[in-house]
Design a binder for this molecule. Structure first.
Ligand SMILES: Cc1cc2nc3c(=O)[nH]c(=O)nc-3n(C[C@H](O)[C@H](O)[C@H](O)COP(=O)(O)O)c2cc1C
Length: 229
């Protein structure tokens, strides 16, 4: 199946040019601006959906979508089963990459960093706030392990919903959160003329200095640079 002709013109986003002089110089604040715009766009159903890439200690990668459940100076949060494939890969290799994509805005954000487990109290609080069916779903799944049939899964869920009423579902012991501490955050804005904007925030390498030509001083210890599209 040849799908090479599949092409949609990007909406003109000149208003969204990433210009060095008008740019928010702190990538977390800039992410917040972009995220708010995505969140307030009714065409975007899950603005917090993102693709998380992990890798084994030998560098074999795997990627899956998840929902980002918070962000701030201490990183980007998500929740999952610690015993899942991603959880096992994170155990042996904390290096991750996350990509958000908001197609209607022609925007993507790429984050690279390291993941570490959040304190269990975060997961306990968040789990309590989840809808009943999501709680039962999490409790009934030994995530990423094979199972013989869907019927088997629904039987487990059914049994658990008989056992636990709303408000009583315990958090699975090994279900919890991670915070990804970013070491680089790239903002990509697609443009009609195909001269797309790419601005990457990162930290200075050892002995590197900001030259105000290719690299520029950001806020919060970050520097930034424009990448070719
Ligand atoms: C939009 C979307 C959101 C998802 N959100 C989560 C999530 O927040 N946590 C999670 O563990 N899995 C989530 N999943 C399921 C994962 O993509 C994946 O199937 C699961 O985490 C197992 O991945 P693993 O076997 O690589 O560990 C989501 C899937 C989609 C498509």
């Amino acid at each position: 199946m040849d799908i090479s002709g599949l092409r949609r013109p990007y909406k003109d986003r000149k208003d969204a040019f990433l210009e060095e002089n008008i740019l928010e110089k702190d990538p977390i604040k800039l992410f917040h601006e972009w995220f708010e715009e995505a969140k307030n766009n009714p065409s975007i159903i899950e603005p917090n959906a993102a693709c998380l890439a992990t890798a084994t200690k030998d560098g074999i990668p795997s990627a899956r979508f998840l929902l980002c459940k918070g962000y701030g100076v201490d990183g980007f949060y998500f929740y999952t089963h610690y015993t899942s494939r991603k959880g096992q890969e994170l155990e042996e290799n904390p290096n991750v990459a996350i990509a958000f994509y908001w197609d209607i805005l022609n925007r993507s954000v790429r984050i690279e960093g390291t993941a570490k487990k959040l304190p269990m109290s975060y997961a306990t609080d968040y789990f309590k706030s989840r809808p009943y069916r999501s709680q039962i779903g999490a409790l009934s799944s030994d995530q990423s392990k094979p199972i013989e049939s869907r019927t088997k899964l629904t039987e487990i869920a059914e049994k658990l919903s008989k056992k636990y009423k709303e408000g009583e579902v315990p958090k699975p012991e090994l279900w919890g959160g991670y915070a990804v501490t970013p070491r680089s955050i790239e903002f990509w804005q697609g443009q009609t003329d195909r001269i797309h904007d790419r601005l990457r925030f990162r930290f200075l390498e050892k002995d590197e200095v900001v030259d105000n030509v290719l690299t520029h001083e950001g806020e919060g210890g970050w520097i930034y640079e424009r990448l070719q599209p």
